[in-house]
Design a protein around this ligand. Structure first.
Ligand code: PBG
Length: 340
């Protein structure tokens, strides 16, 4: 080869065919890395689509059998449960009621699909009359008094059969309080997936419609993190791990991929990124207008989240991706169920 030809590198050599590109691909998506959020409501026969989240439904407990069957068939192995209570009050009573909506949903899911990993979101905001994440006095959320409610909620989820609890409230000390309470109640084997770095984000807008949890006054900036902070996220994560978290979540995902990446470098624990409601809604809206290619955008977004270092992705796109995969419209690492 002439000296002249060696003066630049030919990266394109390895991009010449689809199979060659596949062979050298560094980051692969696998359907088994996805956690699918479910919103559960009281009532019977309820399957109500969330306005700002096309394809996402509020489901009543009787619908969960069908849903679980569909998820497992698609190769999705884990769900994250949110509940919409019958009644909201100042003390978030239904959050830790043994017969509350999430507790009933967990029992039903474990009955119909024991192999499905059932993770529960532990927070008070869906259950309080004011929509805040804890006990409010004089317009402020009381941190330490709230811990007790969170711990009770986590234990009640474990009693119902949850495989893992995911505290999302961002109160200080909640992981320690929940770990202690779980251990004392005999649930030392139930892991905690902590929303360790959760930002005060406008991207949660559609979720608050889905979970009926918008705060009646004020916002969540007194406890969720300021979007400008990365180093603080690492301190939050380190603290949650010291307190006993088994795995952590960075949330939202897309505007915080640097945080995912920094966390991946620093900590040797499983990391999840939450591809939140607003991120989903934007993709769906643009796709509906014909402005973007939904499939390609979704695969690119999820690949980006994995490449940043998240091994688990909590995403509302999970079912769509699994279907495209099954129909051969996209290719990914094969899911266990599909490979069998
Ligand atoms: C709190 C909680 C929220 C989300 C997950 N857990 C909302 C909030 O903090 O206001 C948001 C998830 C999403 O936007 O998809 N229970």
């Amino acid at each position: 080869m002439s000296a002249e030809a060696l003066q630049f590198r030919r990266f394109r050599r390895l991009r010449r065919s689809e199979n060659l590109r596949r062979l050298i691909r560094e980051t692969r998506l696998s359907i088994e890395d996805f956690i699918y959020p479910l919103f559960v409501v009281h009532g019977h026969g309820v399957r109500r689509e969330v306005n700002s989240m096309p394809g996402v439904y509020q489901l009543s407990v009787d619908q969960l059998g069908r849903e679980a069957e569909e998820l497992l068939e698609l190769g999705i192995v884990a769900v994250l449960l949110f509940g919409i209570p019958a009644r909201k009050d100042e003390l978030a009573s239904e959050a830790y009621d043994p017969d509350g909506i999430v507790q009933r949903a967990v029992r039903e899911l474990k009955r119909v699909a024991p192999e499905l990993v059932v993770i529960t979101d532990v927070c008070n905001c869906e259950y309080t009359s004011h929509g805040h994440c804890g006990i409010v006095r004089d317009g402020h959320i009381l941190n330490d008094a709230t811990l007790e409610l969170l711990a009770r909620t986590a234990v009640s989820h474990a009693e119902a059969g949850a495989d893992m609890v995911a505290p999302s409230d961002m109160m200080d000390g909640r992981v320690r309080a929940i770990r202690r309470a779980l251990d004392q109640a005999g649930f030392s084997e139930i892991p905690i997936l902590s929303y360790a770095a959760k930002y005060a984000s406008a991207f949660y807008g559609p979720f608050r419609e889905a979970a009926e949890s918008a705060p009646a006054f004020g916002d969540r900036r007194s406890h969720q993190m300021d979007p400008g902070n990365r180093r603080e996220a690492l301190r939050e994560i380190a603290t949650d791990l010291e307190e006993g978290a088994d795995a952590i979540i960075v949330k939202p995902a897309l505007a915080y991929l640097d945080v995912v990446s920094a966390a991946r470098e620093r900590f040797d624990v499983p990391i999840a990124a939450y591809n939140v409601s607003g991120e989903y809604a934007m993709v769906k809206a643009a796709a509906r207008n014909g402005w973007i290619d939904e499939q390609r955008v979704v695969v690119e977004i999820l690949t980006g989240i994995r490449r940043a270092g998240a091994q688990m992705i909590i995403t509302y796109h999970a079912k769509d991706v699994a279907r495209w995969l099954r129909e051969g419209q996209i290719s990914m690492a094969p899911a266990r169920a599909l490979a069998e």
